[in-house]
Design a binder for this molecule. Sequence first.
Ligand code: MN
Ligand code: MN
Length: 465
Amino acid sequence: MTDLLYKRDSAWLKLSEEEKDQVFSLADAYKLFLDVGKTERESADEIKKQAEQNGYVSIESVLSGGQAFKPGLKVYAQNKGKSIILIVVGKENISSGMNIVGGHIDSPRLDLKQVPFYEDSDIAMLKTHYYGGIKKYQWASLPLALHGIVMTKDNKKVNIVIGEDETDPVFFISDLLPHLAKDQMQKKASEFIEGEDLNLIIGNIPSENEDSKEKVKENVLKLINEKYGITEKDFLTAELEVVPAGKARDVGIDRSMISAYGHDDRVCSYAGMRSIFEVNNPTLTAVGMFMDKEEVGSNGNTGSNSMYFENIIAELINLQEDNYSDLYVRRSFMNSKVLSADVNAAYDPNFKSAYDKPNTGLMGYGLQVTKYTGSRGKSSCNDANAEFLSEVRNIFESNGVVWQTGELGKVDQGGGGTIAYILANYGAEVVDCGVPMLSMHAPYELLSKVDLFMAYKGYKSFLNR
Ligand code: MN
Ligand code: MN
C-alpha cells in the first residue's frame, strides 16, 4: 500500500510546466496589488476597480433597477469605502446556499491619534495608537509612510499618501543607540519600546515666527496647509495610517518568495478576488468577501460582525423571491459553505520550539487548511466539522490543489482567531484555509509564491464546485 503513510511534499515539485509560469505571473500581479493597496480603503478601491474591469456592477445600480437581476449577474457591494463584497448570482436561488471565500484587507499598523502634533527639542512629531497585534519595537528605525483621509470643516475629503513615491519624504520612529541601551536591554521585549513612544518624526526646521512657542510644529503645519489646504483641527476628523514605506520585493536567489507589508490578509484576499473573477454562471451563488477590522476583532460597521453582508443578501433575495421572507435569508446562510481565507503561521526553523512541526504549515507546501484556531484549549475557535473537511479535501484533490493542514503554533504557546466563527454562527459550514507565512504581523512578512498560487487554485475550485 503506497498510501499507507501520510507524507507532505513541496508544491514546487508538483507544478506542471504551464503552472510554473503561472506561479510567477500571479505573484507579479499580486505585488502590484500590494503596492497600490496598503490600507483597507485603498485595497477596497483596487478590488472595486478590478471588479468593474471584470464585468461587475454596483449593488446600488441593481437595487435601483438599473441592472436586470438574473443568474450570472456579477455584483459588487462596497461598504463605506473600507470593505467590499463580490457576488456572482447562481442558477439556483440564493436561499439554496452560497459558496463563500472570505478574507480581510486591514493589516496591523499605527494609526495617528486625533490630536497627533507636538514638538519636543525642535523635533516635530505625530502621536500614534497601534492597531492590531504588533511587536512594537519592530516599528522603530524603518522608513514609514502615511496613508489616509482628512475631512475638512467644509466636509471635503482630502486623500493623503506620503512616502511611497521615490521622491517623497518618509517618516521615522527613533530607537535608542546600543551604546546607551544598558537599561533598555534589560527590559522585556513588550516594554522595549512603549506604545506611547511610537511617535513619528516629521520635521526639524523651525518657523521664523518669533512669537511661536512650537516653531517646528508650526512650520510643518504650514507646509501641510500649503499642499493640502488643511489645518491642525482637521486632524480631529481624520483617519491616517502609518505603514512601512516601499514596495513588495522578491526574496531569494530563486525569486521563490515575496516580502511585503500586509500579506495578512491581502494575500488570501487577492487569491480570493482572482478566483471569483473566474466564476461564470455558477450553480450556487459565489461570494468573495474582503472585510475590514479583522485585526481588532471584526467589530464596527465595516467588520464581519456587522449586518452589512446579511443586509445585502436580504436585498438580493428580495429581488429574487416573489414574497420576501426572513426565512429565505436564514436558509441561505444555513446552506452556505465558507472558506475563511486567512493566513496562518508557517513553521519557522529559527523558532522551532513554538511549533509542533507535523501539525504546522510548511512554506512552499501549498494551501494550509486550519481546522481550528483559538487559544488555551481551542477557546473561541471555529472547529470545522470533519464531514466538511472531507468535502473540501475532495474538491482540492480532484482539482490538483496541493494542500496541507496546520494549526497556529504548539499547544498553549498562544493562539489567535479569524472571521471563521462569524459565518459559522449562522449555521454555515466554515473552515480556515490560507497561505502559510513567516514573520506574520511584522512590518515586512514573508510568503512563498507557490502557496499564493495554490490558494488561488483552491479557492477557484471551491467557488466553482
Ligand atoms: Mn489575518
Ligand atoms: Mn492578522
